[in-house]
Design a protein around this ligand. Structure first.
Ligand code: NI
Length: 270
């Protein structure tokens, strides 16, 4: 089932996306949060998202107040779960005091609500990755809304919080998707291609080689090879001075209203 979901290639070879400072009028027109510095430098700012103001999930744990202007931050993001290996991943993250962002599929949340609840309790962020992982650009506005709303409800039922961020499956988005999401669309700047290679050593190597301050790294926690790679990723990035933050934290708790899509700046396919 998952392999079918992955039949459309992601931006292969775009892992080293050219990173360009965001200088569009839409960013200049917003009050860019100071901590968004590193992230904004990578962000492909392509327009305002409609909808209510961004409201971050609060994380009151004081030891996690990380100033990404002063320290090297990286946002590890995990798509398509939760799955059978997600709990193991939570243990790996906890060992490094790392926060991450999980872009969950609604039907998987219903199957495994407790691990999602535990992720939130541990300080991780939950994003919406649709109900059944379709290419949203092929759906009607109504169907897009349904895909997102069903997942919102599943996450809220499991955790008490509603996702603040959306990551469209396959990184496929357009104006209609942006409009229906009513929230920032968050893509990534480093693609480990872990779903294709299923090789722990490679996942770790790509992560460590391509990371930059402010990177948003894409993983899939439904693959055991990815979860197995994480101790190496966490150790290597820690040795390089990185702190592990959620996407919300990376953007200073006040992001987007924008689309974060570093791939688009490379001029490649999406
Ligand atoms: Ni996905």
């Amino acid at each position: 089932m998952m392999s079918a979901m992955r039949s459309r290639p992601l931006g292969a070879g775009l892992g080293m996306a050219m990173l360009v400072a965001a200088t569009t009028a839409s960013l200049a027109g917003t009050t860019a949060p100071p901590r968004a510095g590193a992230a904004a430098q990578q962000a492909g700012v392509t327009g305002q998202a409609a909808g209510p103001a961004y409201k971050p999930v609060s994380d009151s744990r004081p030891h996690h107040t990380v100033d990404c202007r002063k320290v090297k931050c990286v946002a590890l993001t995990f798509d398509d779960g939760p799955g059978p290996y997600t709990r193991t991943l939570l243990r790996h993250l906890a060992a490094y005091d790392a926060h991450a962002t999980f872009f969950v599929v609604g039907q998987n949340v219903v199957a495994r609500p407790k691990v999602v609840r535990d992720a939130v309790a541990a300080g991780h962020e939950i994003g919406n990755h649709t109900w059944s992982h379709p290419d949203l650009t092929r759906l009607s506005p109504k169907a897009i809304r349904s895909q997102l709303a069903r997942t919102d409800h599943a996450v809220e039922a499991a955790t008490g919080v509603v996702p603040d961020l959306v990551r469209p499956p396959y990184g496929a988005w357009d104006k209609a998707v942006r409009r229906q999401a009513h929230r920032p669309l968050v893509l990534w700047s480093v693609d480990t291609l872990d779903w294709r290679y299923r090789n722990s050593a490679r996942v770790a190597r790509v992560s460590l080689k391509q990371v930059r301050p402010g990177s948003v790294i894409l993983f899939h926690d439904i693959h055991p090879t990815t979860v197995k790679a994480l101790p190496r990723v966490l150790k290597g990035l820690t040795e390089r001075g990185y702190r592990f933050v959620t996407v919300g934290e990376l953007f200073g708790g006040k992001p987007p209203k924008l689309v974060y899509d570093a791939r688009r700046l490379s001029g490649g396919p999406r």
